[in-house]
Structure formats: structure tokens, C-alpha cells
Design a protein around this ligand. Sequence first.
Ligand code: UDP
Ligand code: MG
Length: 385
Amino acid sequence: MNTSGTVTQTHIQHGPMSSVRDRRAIRVSAVLPVYNEAAILRELTTQLRRVLEQECSHYEIVYVNDGSRDGSRELLNELAAEDDRIVIVHLARNFGHQPAVHAGIEHASGDVVVVMDSDLQDDPSAIVRFLDQWEAGYDVVYACRTNRKESLVKRILFYSFYRVLNSVANTRIPPDAGNFGLMDRKVVDALLKLPEYDRYFPGLRSWTGFRQTGIPVERGARHDDHPRVSLRGLFRLAKTAIFSFSAFPLTFFYLIAAASAVVCGLTVGYVLFHKLLTGLAIPGWASTMITASFFGSLNALGISILGEYVIRIYDQVRNRPVYLASETVNFRSRRSRRLADRLAAEQQPAGNRSTFESTIVPQVDLLLESLERQYSLLVTEEKLP
Ligand code: UDP
Ligand code: MG
């Protein structure tokens, strides 16, 4: 943690901070999943609006009603009727916290998207500090939860989960960082391109890379004593996190195979010693022991080899992109130059080539740039005539 109170991830590349960012010039979306939170929704909306109104010129609040049955649906509709900056996605049934967050992100239109819970455990005023960091050039700003006001059992479980996850995950996922945080549009778009079904949002957000930083945010107490995500739900999420970011559970069988090979060697030695030298071996014992331990280790080896195939199939099916680029340099001029080269070769005699290039290349550059801006169209070299 540095002096300004930010926790910076070392695994993520911190390049020079990019062009000027201004919170007043963009649209901010706040995304909140809601499951039976009628008691707090009005208060939450008031607090959230206060912060957003103070900080941003344009904003929207995207509530995702995840199949609530306590009047949240009606209350949300009322709030939306009072203010058209509140938009609502009513899910057809209760799909769960992570799917609701995904639905919200998918329906958010902002240049930056803030994800938070709707039980006031995530303090809306932290959004101000998120925006400070975004303006400083970070693409992801997440809350590192401090001072959790939850039961001791839950605190121990969370603490252990984050440590276990980090010791086995192949992507570094910051400990104590949940969903609460801000993402730049490019991170949101990258996240939405990931087609995997079982989603652990904080892990996927880390996986995208870009420039990420964490800030300590106190985790408040729930407005009531009934967490909407059950302990069973939390365990399921923990499993999703571990299995979608680690192949360790499968590769563990290599260790089992190695250990059982050692046991097999020792058993064979011990059994043969008694069989051949002391004569203490009971008839049938030597062959039983040797075959059992040999095939035991062979089994474990077989499972680890199968595991290798399963991991590869899983990676292929999950279909995450092989890489994400945060920016490219000089590709536009390379492309314009190639196009101008081709035009010059077709239309101009050799003598006029340089004049042609000096006039045409900048024009082609400008044309492609405006095409890209207007139609969000990326003209790649492959698409050129
Ligand atoms: N939530 C949801 N669908 C569910 C369970 C929870 O949308 O099936 C919402 C809930 O309303 C809250 C957030 O997800 O805004 C987090 O839920 P909870 O407070 O129970 O989780 P915890 O803070 O204990 O992790
Ligand atoms: Mg909560």
C-alpha cells in the first residue's frame, strides 16, 4: 500500500498514464443487483444519487432485480418512474448474485461502470475515490475490504478463501477484493466478450489486466441480518473461483502419483525382503501387496494424464481470448501507408510517387480515423481492398 492509501498490484503493467480523463465529461453507470432489498432501496438510491450528482454530469443507476419477492420490483418501478436515470432489468427469476451482476454490466451504457451491492455494505461515497483513481489513469479500481462487519465465522472463511485462491490461481486475484469497484468501458467490453458460463466476477476482472489498483474501503454492516447469498451459495462461488482460475485440483494427481510410486517402491522392497530373505511373508501377501500398490500408483498417473486433456478441453471450451491488447501503436499509419502504396503503384508513374505519398497518406489517415470514430469500425489491413 502506498502513501496515498492505494494498493497497487505489481503483476499488472503500469504504463504511462494516458490522455486527460475528466469525470464531468463522461457517463457513469452504477450497477446494483437486488434480491429482496425493498427495506433499503429508497435510502440507498438517495445516498447513491447524492454522490453521483455531486461528482458527475451524466450518470445512470442500473438496478437488476434478481427475482425479488418482497416488493422490490414495485419499489424499483416507482423509483424509475420518478427519475429516468434509473433503469431496471427485471430478471425472469432468481438467477443468483453473479449472473445478476453480469446482466447489469451488460445493460450499462456508461464510459465507466461501478459495480456494488445494494445492501449498503458497499459505501457509495467510495465512488469519489474510485473516480479519482480513474482520472489518474487506472482502468480498474477495486475496493479492498477492510474492517468487515460480519460474523467471525464468515470473516475467517473469507480470509482463508482469498489465501487459498491466491496460492492455487494462475492469475493473481487481489485478496479481500469483491465486486465493489469501477471499470473503464474498455475493461467492461473485454469482460463481456468472455463467454464462460460460470463467472467469478472479481477473478475475471483481474484476468483482463489493464491498469488496476485497489483502495481500502471499509465494509459496512448489512442493513438486516439476512444475507441474500447463503453460505451454500458462497461455497459454490468459492468453487467456481478456484476451478475457473486454477488447474491445481487436477494436477494434484501428479503429486498423488509420485507419492504412491514412492510407497509402491518401498512396499515392493519390503515385501521382497521378507519373501526372499526372512521367509516371514504369508503366502499370497507379496503378490497382493505388489499388484495393489503398483496399480494404485498407475491409477493416479492415469488420472493426471486424463487431467491434462480435461484442462485443455476446459480451456478450449471456456474460450477466453488468448490475449487482450490495451493499446496498439503506429498500426494506423502502417495501414494507411500500405493503402497509399498500393494506390500509388496502380495510378502514378514512378516520378510522382513521393509527392503522391506526402499528399495521399495523411488524407487516407484522416479518412480512416473518422470512419473508425463515426462507426466504431476498426479497419484492419485485412479488410483493405
Ligand atoms: N443478490 C442477488 N441475487 C441473489 C443474492 C443476492 O442479486 O441471489 C444481491 C443482494 O441483493 C445484494 C448482493 O447481491 O445486493 C450481495 O448479496 P449479500 O449481501 O447477501 O452478499 P454478501 O454481502 O453476504 O456477500
Ligand atoms: Mg452484503
